[in-house]
Design a protein around this ligand. Structure first.
Ligand SMILES: CC(=O)SCCNC(=O)CCNC(=O)[C@H](O)C(C)(C)COP(=O)(O)OP(=O)(O)OC[C@H]1O[C@@H](n2cnc3c(N)ncnc32)[C@H](O)[C@@H]1OP(=O)(O)O
Ligand SMILES: O=C([O-])CC(=O)C(=O)O
Length: 376
């Protein structure tokens, strides 16, 4: 009898040098560095460089990278024209998926897929995505886009393009920490999707477009949006017990909880929760935080299931002033670094990804001839 691994659970399909998710120690390292230490000491630009190159940048390398990144933030007319024609109410993840397709179609180096070209394309997507997401956040509110400011770093520039000013340092930091934590997580569903597409020797834009589709779903990146819908659905902390009882009786998955790899808590949650607590220290979100804490406590007690990174990130993004449909695009803005690092790694030692399946359909049978086929 063939052993079936539904959802590829527990299957090791390849090696990687990019990150290590260790469920035994609840830890996560990028290129050997603990993600908590990267959050405490690095900018997101440094972490992006680390994921692509395997080492943190020197001062000169960082300055060169920043200069390239800041010069590539502006969208070409093909892309901005195409995005302006999308239906006003389509989901921002659909906008991103379309945007990456257009970037691919507009790339004069299409077809050149060596490491140098793919790195340049990765930096280009990394630089342009904040411009696209910020414009989308403003379009939803009937506001004109704000041009990128090359004098500002990645996080400050993005937040300024969204709200018209650089917010207080605490908010910028919380945002930057979320970018670092979301950047990379080994063979998660969207990264694996990118690797599958790459394994056919397709191009980097096709791989990223497919990965966006995988990230959008609520069992993966879409959960950070779903968390806020859940917290809005529960009226007060006092309602949490009854709400959860009914939701579990209805066999609902509680968004922001559980993980395929971590069964005793997600390594990234304490770091993001600390940022969320700083954002709510002034007491203005006490009601939201009371529901947040009550649901986490009830899930642990009733199901022994811990929150994943999407649980603190959803409310943190809400408190930073983002609309809910922008949350998963924020995740994508970050994960472009991990995806593209994996695409380049896959190409360095490629093998077509093509698993087997066990057929359980009807036994072989003859096709009925002529009129007999049309009976009934
Ligand atoms: C950044 C990220 O992408 S992290 C993931 C974000 N996704 C979510 O938050 C969506 C909610 N969570 C889930 O649906 C799941 O926990 C997943 C998809 C993330 C992981 O799923 P799996 O590894 O397949 O866990 P699995 O389904 O085996 O869960 C084991 C048991 O816990 C239950 N369970 C797991 N997560 C949840 C949850 N969030 N709510 C309720 N029950 C859950 C399952 O129903 C199952 O119960 P059963 O044995 O009685 O059938
Ligand atoms: O690893 C996973 O399956 C999902 C996840 O947490 C991530 O992609 O960040």
């Amino acid at each position: 009898m063939t052993e079936i691994h539904r959802g590829l659970a527990g299957v090791v399909v390849d090696t990687t040098t990019i990150s290590m998710v260790n469920e035994q120690t609840n830890s996560l390292t990028y290129r050997g560095y603990p993600v908590q230490e990267l959050c405490a000491n690095c900018t997101f630009e440094e972490v992006a460089w680390l994921l692509w190159h395997g080492e943190l940048p020197t001062a000169r390398e960082l300055a060169e990278f920043q200069s390239v990144e800041r010069n590539r933030r502006t969208l070409g007319r093909t892309v901005s024209g195409a995005l302006s024609r999308l239906p006003a109410d389509c989901h921002p993840m659909d906008v991103l998926r379309t945007a990456i397709s257009y970037l691919g179609a507009d790339d004069p180096t299409e077809g050149l897929d060596d490491r140098d070209h793919n790195l340049a394309k990765s930096i280009d997507m990394f630089a342009k995505l904040p411009t696209i997401v910020a414009a989308e956040q403003r379009r939803r509110r009937g506001l004109d886009p704000i041009l990128p400011d090359p004098a500002l770093g990645y996080a400050e520039n993005f937040l300024q393009m969204c709200i018209g000013a650089v917010p207080p340092a605490e908010q910028v930091r919380a945002f930057e920490v979320s970018m670092i934590l979301y950047a990379e997580h080994s063979f998660n569903a969207s990264t694996f999707t990118a690797r599958v597409v790459t394994s056919t020797l397709s191009d980097i834009y096709s791989a990223v477009t497919a990965a966006i589709g995988a990230l959008k779903g609520p069992l993966h990146g879409g959960a950070n949006e779903a968390v806020m819908h859940v917290l809005a659905e529960i009226e007060s902390a006092g309602e949490v017990e009854a709400w959860l009882k009914q939701a579990l009786a209805d066999k609902r998955k509680i968004m922001g909880f559980g993980h395929r790899v971590y069964k005793n808590g997600d390594s990234r949650v304490p770091t993001m929760t600390a940022e969320l607590r700083k954002l709510t220290a002034d007491g203005t979100a006490d009601e939201l935080m009371a529901k947040y804490d009550a649901l986490a406590a009830a899930m642990l007690r009733d199901k022994n299931i811990h929150p994943n990174l999407d649980y603190p990130t959803g409310p943190a993004y809400h408190l930073m002033g983002f609309d809910i449909p922008i949350f998963t695009p924020l995740f994508m803005m970050s994960r472009i670094t991990g995806w593209t690092a994996h695409i380049m790694e896959q190409l360095e030692s490629n093998s077509l990804i093509r698993p087997l399946s066990s057929y359980v359909g009807v036994d072989q049978r003859p096709v009925p001839a002529g009129a007999a086929r049309l009976v009934g």
